[in-house]
Design a protein around this ligand. Structure first.
Ligand SMILES: *Cc1c(COP(=O)(O)O)cnc(C)c1O
Length: 403
C-alpha cells in the first residue's frame, strides 16, 4: 500500500535540508569509488573518553541499581558535580536542584528549549552562521527566526546596535554561542555585559551555548554568561561532555541558569524522555572532576593541530589568524566560489571532507569549516593532497569546477 495519503507534519517542511545528511551521501559515494577519505567535516572528536571515565562507567554498569529508569531530573550526584564544576571554573553558585538539568546531549536541550518556550509566530533572534540546532529548534516550534548577520569585519560578533528597536521589542529568545561553532570566534567579557544589558532592557531570554568552554588556547579563558551580574534573571547556558571529553556518542550534556526556564524545559522533557542512563551520568560526573592536567592535554592536542594546519594552509595562500578556541578553522573559499562548490571540489579531487559554510545559515556562504579531528600526520596528508590537486586560496575569481 502506498503511503501517499499521509504527509509529515508542517513543522518538518519548515526545515531546510540537513546538510550533514547530504554530505554523508556524498561521502558514501566517494568511499564506493575507493577514495581514502579524510573526514574533517563533522565536529566529532577523535580518540576515546578518558580512562577514569570509562572505568567509572564500567563500575556503574556492574551495579544493577543503575539499570532501571533514572530520575527524570538527573541524578542528584551529577547535578551536584555540575554545581561544583561551575564554582571551580567560574566562581558561580548554582542550586543543583533547580538551576542545573542534565540533558541527552546539549543538542537535545537546545532544540527542546524552543519547543518549551516558542509559540507559533514568536520571534527568535539567531545569528547566522550558527550551530544548526539554534535555528532548527525554533523553526520546528513554528517560530519566526530573525537572522542576525555576523560579519568578518566585526570579528563574527553579534552587532547588537544593528538590531532594529521594533525587532528587539518583539523578540522572545536570543540564541548565541562563543567560542563559536563554526567561526571559532570568541567574545570579550564586555560583549557578554552588553548582551545581558540588551536582554534585560528588551526582556529577551538569552540562550548561551558554551560547548567549547574548555577548548581554548594560549591562556584564553572563555566567559560564562552566568559570570555576568543579572544574567541568571534572563538566561540559561548549555554545556556538553561531547567535545572536551571525547564523549559525543555517550549523549550527555546539561543546562544551567534561570530556574523558571529550566523548570519549563524539565516539564516538557518529563513528557518526552526518561533522562540519561545512570551509568552515563556517573561517567559524566567523573569527567567533570578530572584533574586540570587532562584538560590541558586536550588543549595542547588541538593547539598543535591548529598551528600545523594554519601554517600549512598559509603556504597554500590562506591567511588564517590564530584561533583562540574551538576545534575548527573557518576558512574562506577562493573568491567567486560557493561553499558547496568548493567543498565538493575538495572532496572529489582530494577525498578530504570539509563542511560547506552554508550548512550554518546564509551568512556562512563563502566559507568552509575544517574540524581539527585528526592527528598532524593526517593533516600533513591533507596538505599534500591539496598541493597536488592545486587546491589553494585565490583572490582571483575562479570558474567553479561543477560548471
Ligand atoms: C557539538 C555542539 C553541540 C552538540 O553537543 P551534544 O551535547 O553532543 O549534543 C551543541 N552546540 C555546539 C555549538 C556544538 O558545537
Amino acid at each position: 500500500m502506498k503511503l501517499d495519503w499521509i504527509t509529515p507534519a508542517e513543522r518538518l517542511s519548515a526545515l531546510p535540508p540537513y546538510v550533514f545528511a547530504r554530505l554523508d551521501e556524498l561521502k558514501a559515494r566517494a568511499r564506493e569509488q575507493g577514495l581514502d577519505l579524510i573526514d574533517l567535516g563533522m565536529g566529532n572528536p577523535d580518540g576515546p573518553a578518558p580512562t577514569p571515565v570509562i572505568e567509572a562507567a564500567i563500575a556503574a554498569l556492574n551495579n544493577p541499581a543503575n539499570h532501571g529508569y533514572p530520575p527524570f531530573e538527573g541524578t542528584a550526584s551529577f547535578r551536584k558535580a555540575i554545581a561544583n564544576w561551575y564554582r571551580r571554573c567560574y566562581d558561580v553558585e548554582l542550586d543543583p536542584d533547580s538551576e542545573a538539568l542534565p540533558l541527552l546531549g546539549s543538542k537535545e536541550g537546545l532544540t527542546h528549549l524552543a519547543l518549551a518556550y516558542v509559540n507559533p509566530g514568536d520571534l527568535v533572534l539567531v545569528p547566522t552562521p550558527a550551530y544548526p540546532a539554534h535555528f532548527r529548534g525554533p523553526l520546528i516550534a513554528g517560530g519566526k527566526v530573525h537572522s542576525l548577520i555576523l560579519k568578518p569585519e566585526k570579528g563574527w560578533l553579534i552587532d547588537l546596535a544593528a538590531i532594529p528597536d521594533e525587532v528587539a521589542r518583539q523578540a522572545k529568545i536570543l540564541y548565541f554561542n562563543y567560542p563559536s561553532n563554526p567561526t571559532a570566534a570568541t567574545a570579550p567579557r564586555e560583549f557578554f555585559e552588553e548582551i545581558v544589558a540588551f536582554a534585560r532592557k528588551y526582556e529577551i531570554l538569552l540562550v548561551h551555548d558554551l560547548c567549547y568552554a574548555e577548548l581554548a588556547f594560549d591562556g584564553y579563558q572563555p566567559t560564562s554568561l552566568l559570570e555576568i551580574p543579572g544574567a541568571k534573571d534572563i538566561g540559561v547556558e548549555f554545556h556538553t561532555l561531547s567535545k572536551t571529553y571525547n564523549m559525543a556518542g555517550w549523549r550527555v550534556g546539561f543546562v544551567v541558569g534561570n530556574r523558571h526556564i529550566i523548570q519549563g524545559l524539565r516539564t516538557l522533557k518529563t513528557n518526552l524522555d526518561y533522562g540519561i542512563f545512570a551509568a552515563v551520568q556517573t561517567a559524566a560526573e567523573t569527567a567533570l572532576q578530572l584533574p586540570d592536567v587532562y584538560v590541558h592535554q586536550v588543549q595542547a592536542r588541538y593547539c598543535r593541530r591548529r598551528d600545523f594546519l594554519i601554517e600549512g594552509l598559509g603556504q597554500l595562500g590562506w591567511n588564517i589568524p590564530k584561533t583562540k578556541a574551538t576545534m575548527y578553522l573557518w576558512v574562506p573559499c577562493s573568491v567567486g566560489m560557493t561553499s558547496t562548490d568548493f567543498a565538493l571540489d575538495v572532496l572529489q579531487k582530494t577525498g578530504v571532507v570539509v563542511t560547506p559554510g552554508n550548512a550554518f545559515g546564509v551568512a556562512g556562504e563563502g566559507y568552509v569549516r575544517i574540524s581539527l579531528i585528526v592527528e598532524c600526520d593526517r593533516l600533513a596528508e591533507v596538505l599534500r593532497r591539496f598541493k597536488q590537486a592545486g587546491i589553494c586560496y585565490s583572490t582571483e575569481a575562479l570558474v567553479s569546477s561543477s560548471d
